[in-house]
Ligand binder design. Structure first.
Ligand code: AMP
Length: 192
């Protein structure tokens, strides 16, 4: 979780028509100041999820990224990433793999801990969820400092998968997360 600002710029990594549609998504994303802790502006996507045309734009765009990359697996990061990854995987005929917070997966897992702004977090994946030959796109709602996506990529690679890239609804560009993910092709529908 990361402190954010509310300034914005044009979206990148999309075609002109999609960029215009993505711009319209901003009206469905709500800033919640000081959540979950003072100083953090939480980007709440629940209004967008509850608006079918807006959600359709998101799924279409992320599915386009998955199709372009030739993904055979879409990995969703708990929890909002699941809401986006599932329809994207279904749309492109890919499998979906959950990357979860510690202690949630029932089978044998591999884990990766990483630094948050305050403290640390741990993500896990079933150790047989992906393997050599799998071409994986990671999907999440927000790219902030990049620690979460980097940990997810490490877990997938540890299992032998080919990690193609990261597709997110929005990127908080002022936090510089992209620079930590130089090995990944990044699609962000909105830049904040
Ligand atoms: P990071 O590891 O810093 O890139 O943080 C990305 C993860 O934390 C994503 O799974 C997001 O859901 C969540 N996150 C970070 N900052 C925010 C924010 N300002 N609003 C909503 N979610 C956030």
């Amino acid at each position: 979780m990361t402190s954010t600002e509310t300034t914005s710029s044009a979206p990148a990594g999309t075609g002109p028509a999609l960029a215009a549609a993505a711009e319209a998504l901003r009206t469905h994303i709500r800033d919640i100041p000081d959540f979950p802790q003072p100083g953090v502006v939480f980007k709440d996507i629940t209004p967008l999820l509850a608006t079918p045309p807006a959600f359709a734009v998101v799924v279409d765009a992320l599915a386009g990224a998955a199709a372009d990359a030739g993904a055979t697996v879409v990995a969703g990061i708990e929890a909002r990433g699941f809401l986006l990854a599932a329809p994207v995987a279904h749309r492109v005929g890919a499998g979906i793999v959950p990357i979860r917070k510690q202690g949630k997966l029932p089978g044998r897992t591999v884990a990766e801990s990483y630094a948050l702004e305050y403290g640390t977090a741990t993500l896990e994946i079933h150790d047989d969820a992906v393997g050599p030959g799998d071409r994986v796109l990671i999907v999440d709602d927000v790219l902030a400092t990049g620690g979460t996506a980097a940990a997810a990529a490490n877990l997938l690679r540890h299992c032998g998968a080919d990690v193609l890239g990261l597709a997110v609804l929005m990127e908080l560009t002022f936090l510089g997360g992209r620079s930590r993910l130089s090995s990944l092709d990044i699609t962000a529908l909105l830049e904040i």
